[in-house]
Design a protein around this ligand. Structure first.
Ligand code: SF4
Length: 454
């Protein structure tokens, strides 16, 4: 287990830090850990970038515009660093892991660049930069279940809800994805350690946990417990047995590995929410093969039908990429057909963006931007209509919801989530973290309206 330091740098006690996170939940979770480490070193979080003594950018490299955003942001920080040379600027996350030297070259005013496997060293690296000047610390691949960032202290964004890492890295080779290159091979965390963390979170008042892994269904392949490999279904049941945990979510399963045992564990474990994020990526078998996804559209739809049959009232979301190299009109029509058949509650749709270092970035057959945009618009429109129908079918139902807090648009409204992970807005002020019963009164494609009932 990485050593957690007690505050020992009086010089930094009371100084402020600001963390800006780009990208996915894995990065959000790493940021909570970075925040926990800086707080343990005596520092205080501030929402004000301009006033912060330490600024951490936790980067993402999944899409091209993520890099553009990073360099735009770093450009703006140059003047701040000139004015306040004592300011420490740190760049971590996937872009740092992949292109650490490039970051330092393009933005030499950065003090520390650290990779995805060096989160636990963030305070040491600031010390080093204080003493010796800028440092790039990239690859120290996590090699065992002892090195998980979840052992580090965390400053969570909400008191009632927490992410729990169950595996890091990925052994798949989807051709559009940079994750295996920047997060390394898949390593599962031991069942007892995951359950221990969930118990500790429950003791602190957390009632909702989201289990995180790049491919949760291959969880446990590298572990052995009493002569047997634990599987994700076992883990769901054990986390579901922790007192005080009322909601369990997980992300993401891989359609090629999603089997009945997980659906059955979901159905049998009351705390596991009726929610599944099953990334389709494309409805064309030809494109799925080019993506190295390991399933075809028929298999995807049969896995989905199985999940819906075993888990009543299942809410399903997905990811879809439009304009993968070589995607023909016919391939895209296949995607439209699968989406119409699958009837996802929600879809996260993306236009293909080549990531240097991936196989797909080298493929011929780039699709013209105007064609990709037209396909994308049609897909978004189709999914919008399906999401609206799915949400309208909920009107009149009474749902258990978990309150997140006041609505961002209107403090007199509360925002909450159903077990299916749909946002519901309702009049009134309610304590974040409280569970209420709400009648759904109205639906739109992306959210529901409700009223509290007793
Ligand atoms: S399963 Fe594929 S898309 Fe997901 S992290 Fe692994 S390589 Fe990337």
């Amino acid at each position: 287990m990485p050593a957690v330091r007690t505050p020992r740098s009086p010089a930094r006690t009371g100084l402020t830090y600001h963390i800006r996170t780009f990208g996915c939940q894995m990065n959000e979770h790493d940021s909570e850990r970075i925040s926990g480490l800086l707080a343990a070193d005596g520092m205080v979080s501030t929402p004000e970038t301009a006033a912060a003594d330490v600024i951490v950018l936790n980067t993402c490299t999944i899409r091209e515009n993520a890099d553009n955003k990073l360099y735009g942001y770093l450009g703006a920080l140059r003047a701040v660093k000139n004015e306040r040379p004592d300011l420490k600027i740190l760049v971590g996350g996937c872009s740092a892991q992949k292109d650490g030297d490039v970051v330092m070259e393009k933005a030499p005013w950065v003090d520390v660049v650290f990779g995805t496997h060096n989160v636990h060293r963030v305070v040491d690296l600031i010390d080093h930069a204080d003493e010796w000047g800028p440092i790039t610390e990239i690859w120290e691949e996590t090699s065992s279940a002892d090195d998980f960032p979840s052992y580090l202290p965390a400053q969570r964004q909400t008191a009632h809800s927490a992410w729990v890492t169950i595996a890091i890295g990925c052994d798949n080779s989807c051709t559009f994805c940079i994750v295996p290159a920047v997060r390394g091979k898949e390593i599962s965390r031991r069942v007892g350690d995951v359950v221990g963390e969930v118990k500790a979170l429950a003791a602190e008042g957390v009632t909702e946990v989201t289990l995180l892994g790049q491919n949760v269904n291959s969880y446990g392949r590298d572990l052995e417990l009493n002569g047997r490999r634990p599987v994700f279904a076992d883990l769901l049941r054990q986390v579901g047995a922790v007192d005080g945990i009322r909601r369990i979510r997980y992300t993401s399963p891989h359609p090629k590995d999603f089997r009945e045992d997980v659906a059955e564990a979901m159905a049998d474990t009351p705390a596991v929410c009726e929610q599944l994020h099953l990334p389709l990526q494309s409805g064309s078998d030809r494109i799925l093969a080019a993506m190295h996804r390991g399933y075809n559209s028929e298999r995807f739809l049969s896995r989905l039908a199985m999940a819906r049959q075993i888990v009543p009232d299942l809410s399903v979301s997905t990811d879809i990429i439009v304009g993968f190299p070589g995607e023909t009109d016919e391939d895209f029509e296949d995607t439209m057909r699968v989406v119409a058949t699958a009837r996802f509650d929600q879809a996260f749709t993306f236009q293909f963006s080549p990531r240097p270092g991936t196989v797909a970035a080298e493929l011929d057959g780039r699709i013209a931007k105007s064609v990709v945009q037209a396909r994308f618009d049609r897909l978004v429109e189709l999914q919008r209509a399906i999401s609206l129908e799915s949400n309208q079918a909920m009107v009149g139902r009474v749902e258990e919801v978990l309150v997140e807090g006041p609505s961002k648009k209107d403090p007199e409204m509360a925002t909450a989530r159903t077990r299916g992970n749909k946002p519901v807005h309702a009049p009134g002020r309610y304590e974040p973290g409280s569970y209420l019963r709400m009648e759904i009164t109205r639906a739109s494609p992306h959210h529901l309206m409700g009223r509290v009932v007793t």
